[in-house]
Design a protein around this ligand. Structure first.
Ligand SMILES: [Zn+2]
Length: 97
């Protein structure tokens, strides 16, 4: 399985509506800022690495955080994206606290 070096992703608002969104009212300071590319997933629940159709463990590609209380993924959850660099199948899963 190919591993990708870690990058932090910073969400930059692309218009006034995005810039005007309120932040989380009660969540911890890091919630909403846990976006990342590569590295290792910060699993909230038990670790899960999906298998692709060619039966290989998939490479962790990205992690996308909840945005704010209006766009919260269950209980401040994260979406994890995996890819296979052989067949380029992708899978996404969500974990929540
Ligand atoms: Zn594959």
């Amino acid at each position: 399985m190919k591993a990708i070096p870690p990058f932090r992703l910073v969400a930059e608002p692309l218009n006034d509506a995005a810039a005007a969104l309120p932040t989380f009212r009660w969540a911890g300071d890091n919630v909403g800022k846990r976006h990342k590319l590569g590295g290792a997933p910060d699993f909230i629940q038990s670790p899960e690495t999906p298998l692709c159709s060619c039966a290989k463990p998939m490479t962790f590609y990205a992690q996308l955080d909840s945005i704010n209380d209006d766009y919260c993924l269950a209980d401040c959850g994260l979406i994890y994206v995996f890819v296979c660099f052989d067949c380029f199948e992708t899978k996404a899963m969500l974990q929540s606290g």
